[in-house]
Design a protein around this ligand. Structure first.
Ligand code: NAP
Ligand code: ZN
Length: 351
């Protein structure tokens, strides 16, 4: 009986397939989790295909994990067997640098340990992620999940939720702000829901005319087809903040020019190739800023989960079986996701 089973990419140009591997038994500080659902992030695709470089194969992706606690170590105080929990993009960090001290483990100066393709300090090699039946994680990197919300819809909050919540909070988005969201995919649809729940007037920019109605249903006050220049120009100098979630290189100037004085566009999408460099005149003419943001810290992730529980926010999902993962990646490349694939781990069987 293998310790764990999952789906892995064996090489950048290979489909994901069944894979058996080892998981550590919980140490005194660890929590062992039986995974119920795992969301499918575009970062999984980027890394399974080595689009960012640095992927170690075999690679078991997955960093939007929810499930039940099956075992806990002696020193674990926050969790007990049977609790519903989540794990996001990180499973450890140094714990003593300036960033960790401030609760920004994602910016750990010594490098956080990613949930997959990170350095496995226990077993050697790299960490394996959530496209699997179970995972063992240090208590401090496990999140409490409300039993009130539909669990499969909570999984995507662990990456798509926190990656959009953190910059919206950092740039102080609230009532009275006009906020643009670029791209209605996994991250973008969470950004629309969250910015709207924070009280902002939300303008969604999409390349897909078929997503206009959904954009409004999800909370956007206005939906702009970004290929339509006239519609774009109507928003020139109007937005306080833009969250750009697009996973492909595109013209950033088209969006920067929509920012008002002192406005910021924050990039969270990480395409395989860089965007063309934006025009300096566009930035200086309104003291605009171009920024970036990486996921969010552990305390902030818990805050986001609690915010979502309070506001009844989950991800809109399309449930898939583990076997469907390769087809799901192809659909993701066509922007054909409504709005997050989530793997039902009950469909992962030992072979
Ligand atoms: P996704 O579900 O595939 O959504 C991306 C959306 O971008 C698409 O649905 C599409 O929306 C739009 N889009 C795609 N190609 C485009 C193009 N050529 N031009 C303009 N728009 C295009 O991906 P995701 O999971 O939300 O992830 C988005 C990006 O964020 C990925 O690069 C991922 O790696 C990155 N990410 C970053 C962090 C972080 O910490 N910064 C965390 C997680 C993910 P429309 O159909 O509405 O145009
Ligand atoms: Zn992700």
């Amino acid at each position: 009986m293998p310790q764990a089973i999952g789906y892995a990419a064996q090489a950048a140009d290979k489909d994901l397939d069944y894979f058996e591997f080892e998981r550590r038994d919980p140490t005194a500080e660890d929590v062992e989790i039986e995974i119920a659902y795992c969301g499918v992030c575009h970062s999984d695709l980027h890394q399974a295909r080595n689009e960012w470089g640095g992927t170690v194969f075999p690679c078991v992706p997955g960093h939007e994990i929810v499930g039940k606690v099956t075992r806990v170590g002696d020193k674990v105080a926050k969790f007990k067997v049977g609790d519903t929990v989540g794990v996001g993009c990180m499973v450890d960090s140094c714990g003593h640098c300036h960033s960790c001290d401030e609760g920004h483990e994602q910016y750990c100066e010594n490098g956080f340990v990613a949930t997959y393709n990170g350095e496995d300090k226990h077993l050697g090699g790299v960490t394996f992620g959530g496209y699997s039946n179970r995972i063992t994680v240090k208590e401090g990197f496990v999140l409490k999940v409300s039993d009130e919300l539909e669990l499969a819809g909570v999984a995507p909050l662990l990456c798509a939720g926190i990656t959009t919540y953190s910059p919206l909070r950092h740039w102080g988005v609230s009532k009275g702000h006009k906020v643009g969201v670029v791209g209605l995919g996994g991250l973008g649809h969470m950004a629309v829901k969250l910015a709207s729940a924070m009280g902002a007037e939300v303008v969604l920019f999409t390349t897909s005319p078929g997503k206009v109605e959904d954009g409004k249903r999800l909370g956007a006050d206005h939906v702009v087809i970004s290929k339509d220049e006239e519609q774009m120009q109507a928003w020139t100098n109007k937005l306080d903040f833009i969250l750009n979630t697009v996973a492909a290189p595109h013209d950033l100037d088209a969006y920067l020019s929509l920012l008002r004085l002192n406005g910021t566009m924050c990039l969270v999408g990480v395409p395989a190739e860089h965007h063309p460099s934006p025009a300096v005149f566009n930035l200086i003419s309104k003291r605009r800023s171009l920024a970036g943001s990486l996921i969010g810290g552990i305390a902030e992730t818990q805050e986001m989960l609690d915010f979502c529980a309070e506001h009844g926010i989950t991800s809109d999902i399309e449930m898939i079986a583990m076997d469907d993962i390769n087809e799901a990646y192809e659909r993701m490349l066509k922007s054909d996701v409504k709005y997050r694939f989530v793997i039902d781990m009950a469909t992962l069987k030992q072979k």
